[in-house]
Design a protein around this ligand. Sequence first.
Ligand SMILES: C[S@@+](CC[C@H](N)C(=O)[O-])C[C@H]1O[C@@H](n2cnc3c(N)ncnc32)[C@H](O)[C@@H]1O
Length: 292
Amino acid sequence: VSVAEVRAVLADATDRLTASGVPSPRHDAEVLVALALGIQRSRLAIAGDPLDDAAQARVAGLVARRAAREPLQHLTGTAGFRWLDLAVGPGVFVPRPETELVAGAAVAAATARGAGPVVVDLCAGSGAIALAVATEVPNAQVHAVERDPVAAGWLQRNVGRLAPHVLVHVRDAATADEIPGLAGRVDVVVANPPYLRDDAVLKPEVADHDPPGALFGGPDGSAGPRLVVAVAGRLLRPGGALVVEHGDDQAGTVAALLAGGGWDDVAHHGDLAGRPRFTTATRQLEPNGGGR
Ligand SMILES: C[S@@+](CC[C@H](N)C(=O)[O-])C[C@H]1O[C@@H](n2cnc3c(N)ncnc32)[C@H](O)[C@@H]1O
């Protein structure tokens, strides 16, 4: 079996994915062929790995599932996030590249606190943000809060693999301030909450595979950010930092929530495409600003 045959299989897979409307067909074809062959994607160009009948059947099966718009990350079972490979699959939100910047802001805020910062990720999903902080700020005490039991199963698995010292709380973020020792004592609250409008039009990978509870924040999408701002106000110590992701049209909404009182240093930040995507703020030093 020659390299040319690998190329032909790749071309055929790319054509099938293109016809199905997959956004990055060549990339996905390479990932799936490499997965079927059990090799690194970078080896495809040079490898003369035999593509026997069994491998061809594996390619066909994977390409058919991707053509049916199953997320690539569900087929590989992993999602890259900053320095981490997270286990993902049915029932958990696939981490997105823009959230890497949100996690980076939480890492920076936790690092700036110095020794032993306490960090709470309020909507943890697979654990992407919590585990980025836990692995990049080694002295941080990280709490990961997730309501959905299936998502929490993925979270537990990733915590066990990557940073077993992270404390997992399977509960509604609305009651995170009832976790013993946290109210008014947290240095950094970070969250990527559900923030899409209930009527948002979504790609099939999202609509059919990300859990609805991870996506939708009510008619205007603001329910998730609203919850995060309210709970962060009860969790953070004076001077503590909030980092909250939101929709690219919600910077004003989040600013209005924070203008409700008790916050300083409100700043909006762009995603990789420069769209306003997350907001940071500091809990007021004197808790006299009309907290919640
Ligand atoms: C957009 S996903 C983000 C997951 C992860 N932080 C990431 O960025 O990949 C939102 C997550 O918050 C969880 N969630 C939604 N509402 C919640 C609530 N009230 N309390 C706790 N978790 C909640 C969902 O189940 C979902 O896993």
